[in-house]
Design a protein. Sequence first.
Length: 299
Amino acid sequence: YRYNVWVSGALCTAYGLVFCAGLIGNLLVAVVVLRGSRTMRRCVTNLFLVNLAFADLLVVLACLPFTLVAHLIYPWVMGSIICKLVPYLQGVSVSASVYTLVAVAVERYWSISSPWKKRLSSKCCRVIIGLIWIGSAIITLPWLVVFRQDYVSETLVCTEIWPDPLMGDTYYAVAHLTLCYVLPLVIIAACYALICRQIWCRQIPGSGEQGPPNHHHRAKIRALRMLGVVVAAFALSWFPLYATFTRLKFAKSMSEPEAEFWEMIMPVAQWLSSANSCVNPLLYHFLDPRFRSGFKQLL
């Protein structure tokens, strides 16, 4: 075992809570939308949120248990297939999650900035969701190839083995960080900044775009507030893990105390990133009355 009984127990408890909350919460989100009214089922934003819930379920079911075992038991004991699949599926789910949030931000901007134009149909939304998953599978495909079992200091580990270390440790690491974290969040931030500008201009007295603050407008603002919090939660949850990976990838040399520090940080950072999978249902419950009502009806 890698840690003493107290640390192992704390990790099991923390990961177990995220597993249970993420499984139950995301299933409830999917059921609330899919069993809701026809309007709720055909709402493009809700379809994207269901896709986000499925991506979170993939993390909870396919990644979380194996990640916990990998942190607790050393050396690697789960075989070559799990060694390849778990990093790959986690990468796919993260990419699908962040690009779903991008799609929501772009759709919200389109809806608010050009309300007279044709809205995105539910059929088109499903096509976009399919493309998100295909693109995510392609972006993360190298991990399916390079992750494998290998012996390091006579100890079996699951690690990346690139034909050219520079290609893996520099080029792909930078590309993955950019495509799956930095660039999507920049696009999302830009969309929400433009949306806020549109709403602000409409509320300024004397503005040509001023309109009455009707119920539909207030509902849009409430939805934007909820989605903004969801995006912020995603960015904050995944930042420690990306920061840890970046430090480990680009560290030319590392002292023993620093290596021990990052070894302790890694399970915490991975837990925090996985915890994002159970945060979204809680945010929907507290910030969206429709989801809150749907949860109460199911429970």
